[in-house]
Write a protein that binds this ligand. Structure first.
Ligand SMILES: Nc1nc(=O)c2c([nH]1)NC[C@@H]1CN(c3ccc(C(=O)N[C@@H](CCC(=O)O)C(=O)O)cc3)CN21
Ligand SMILES: CC(C)C(=O)C(=O)O
Ligand SMILES: [Mg+2]
Length: 286
């Protein structure tokens, strides 16, 4: 059965941890869905892992729609969330609602996620008013990398922690259905999770959150441009891919691939007849 926003709330109430992974394409989404992952996030991290940008800032609405469509087609049960990319919601409440609407209406997302605290609460309220569930995102908010000065742990000092707590409460009050906490000290994230009634989904925020999310190329060790401490590698898929590509290239060079089992056959008489005809016709022109 398709997971919904209600499933998430129930999972927090029941202490059943929410599992989320990023997904950007149909094939991967389908594998994750079959594995029973609860939520698929079409993250704007796709700018880095799929498109090779060095931040999430260049990602466009068209990029997000393109990848969300593919993921939505592969997600039979999983709840599909799409990130609102940089500058799709910051300029005005009206733009935020219109762009959130596109992710749902054109691309098939069930909810949208946006980064920020009090400064985006008007957007969260308005998107929610348009019947689109919104997920908040606090702590390390990668779209603010230029003001944060890098990808660093957030909320460690008293003043920053007060601000983060106030933002979390404001985001919940504005109507967010869940909150991603990224790169926040574990004890602090656990405490925030106990205060909020909406589920928290942590990345680099410890086991006290109500759910976890990772970028799938990180957990499969496919992506090595970044190596955050919070990533656990569940498979050496990057190495497996590279070795497979090498073996394929070698076998093509050596004439080992394709083998007998990979080819289509033709009646030998048909080919012989064709060869004979061809030779005769060639002789006519000599
Ligand atoms: N592939 C990928 N994985 C991600 O988790 C991710 C992206 N891309 N792109 C967008 C952001 C950027 N993220 C990052 C990137 C680097 C660190 C990192 O290296 N952090 C330091 C923290 C050092 C400190 O402040 O103490 C670390 O050592 O973990 C963390 C999150 C998370 N998001
Ligand atoms: C890392 C998660 C939370 C995200 O926002 C993304 O993948 O873009
Ligand atoms: Mg993101």
């Amino acid at each position: 059965m398709k997971n919904t926003v209600l499933t998430l709330q129930q999972q927090k109430r029941n202490g059943d941890k929410i599992t989320m992974l990023t997904a950007y394409d149909y094939t991967t989404a389908k594998l994750m869905d079959k594995a029973g992952i609860n939520c698929l996030l079409v993250g704007d991290s796709l700018g880095m892992v799929m498109l090779g940008y060095d931040s999430t800032l260049p990602v466009t609405m068209e990029d997000m729609i393109h990848h969300t469509k593919a993921v939505a087609r592969g997600a039979e049960n999983a709840f599909v969330v799409a990130d609102l990319p940089f500058m799709a919601y910051q300029v005005s409440v009206e733009e935020a609602v219109r762009n959130a609407g596109r992710l749902v209406k054109e691309a098939g997302a069930q909810a949208v996620k946006l980064e920020g605290g009090k400064e985006v609460c008007a957007q969260i309220e308005a998107i929610n008013q348009a019947s689109i569930p919104v997920i908040g995102h606090l702590g390390l908010t990668p779209q603010s990398v230029n003001v944060l000065g890098g990808y660093k742990v957030q909320g460690r000092e008293h003043d920053a922690a007060v601000k983060l707590l106030e933002d979390a409460l404001a985001v919940e009050k504005a109507g967010a259905v869940a909150l991603v906490l990224e790169c926040v000290p574990a004890t602090f994230a656990e405490w925030i999770s106990s205060i909020l009634t909406i589920p928290t989904i942590g990345i680099g925020a410890g086991a006290g959150c109500d759910g976890q999310v990772l970028v799938y190329q990180d957990m499969l060790a496919m992506f090595s441009d970044l190596s955050p401490k919070f990533v656990k590698k569940y498979g050496a898929v990057g190495n497996l891919m590279k070795e497979s590509f090498e073996r394929y290239a070698q076998e093509v060079k050596d004439g080992i691939f394709p083998g007998e089992e990979h080819i289509y056959n033709m009646d030998e008489e048909v080919l012989n007849e064709l060869k004979k005809q061809f030779e005769e016709e060639q002789n006519e022109y000599r």
